[in-house]
Ligand binder design. Structure first.
Ligand code: 4FD
Length: 224
């Protein structure tokens, strides 16, 4: 999976070098192509924004600069996603759908905003990661990349994608490891029994119990 990222702050994406995504990158399972919008400024001071027509506070990113940055991307067929608080909320279902693409372009805006005309021209989908406002679209872009990459073949160990929270609209069962007793609290006996069917049943029960307690809304909107 290839991600093209249009941003004014490419250095923020160095966090994708760590952990699971870092490995996925070095193994060639995901590719991150950073495009610095500022490189496409025709201004001698590398200015990319200007005052808003109609007045008001702040600045607006010029459409021509964003368009030229977009045009430098080889594959124009890649879906363009604009990260914004006005977008449709990202869900696990949407994440799965996006993981079927082979290339995605992410446009990171700022509180000041991008000229509407270039958004009309190049954006296919507007996505929000939740109902709160951030200073830029970079963190939402990274959230999307992380969530989508987990579904890319070979990024996670087998099994972990299938069993997880939300894949069946249920929360995960509790996990335990050594020591067998921690501050007087014992590991549930069934997990030490080696009885696979009982363990499976206990985990299913715990999943349902936890979902009822912590996220009853997930059960109301259940598909199965
Ligand atoms: N909830 C989100 C995305 C971006 C953002 C921005 C317009 C503000 C939150 C376009 C306004 C981008 C989100 C940058 N804040 N801030 O996904």
């Amino acid at each position: 999976m290839k991600f093209n990222i249009l941003t004014l702050f490419p250095e923020m994406f160095t966090v994708l070098e760590s952990s699971i995504l870092g490995r996925a990158k070095s193994e060639g399972k995901i590719e991150i192509n950073l495009i610095n919008i500022r490189d496409f400024s025709k201004n001698k001071h590398k200015k990319v924004d200007d005052t808003p027509y109609g007045g008001g506070a702040g600045m607006v990113i010029r459409p021509d600069v964003v368009y030229d940055a977009y045009n430098s991307i080889e594959n124009k067929k890649a879906k363009v996603i604009y990260l914004s608080p006005q977008g449709k909320t990202l869900t696990q279902k949407k994440v799965k759908e996006l993981s079927l693409e082979n290339e995605i372009t992410l446009l990171c805006g700022h509180y000041e905003g991008i000229d509407e005309r270039v958004l009309e021209k190049i954006v296919d989908e507007e996505i929000s990661i939740g109902d709160y406002v951030l200073t830029g679209g970079e963190l939402p872009a990274m959230v999307l990349i992380d969530a989508v990459s987990r579904y890319v073949d070979g990024v996670l160990s087998k099994g972990s994608v299938l069993e997880e929270t939300f894949s069946n609209n249920l929360l995960e069962y509790p996990q335990y490891t050594r020591p067998e007793v921690f501050m007087d609290m014992e590991v549930p006996e069934v997990l030490l029994s080696g009885h696979h069917k009982n363990i499976e049943e206990w985990r299913a029960k715990k999943s349902l119990e936890r979902t009822k307690l912590k996220r009853p809304d997930l059960l109301e909107n259940r598909i199965i």
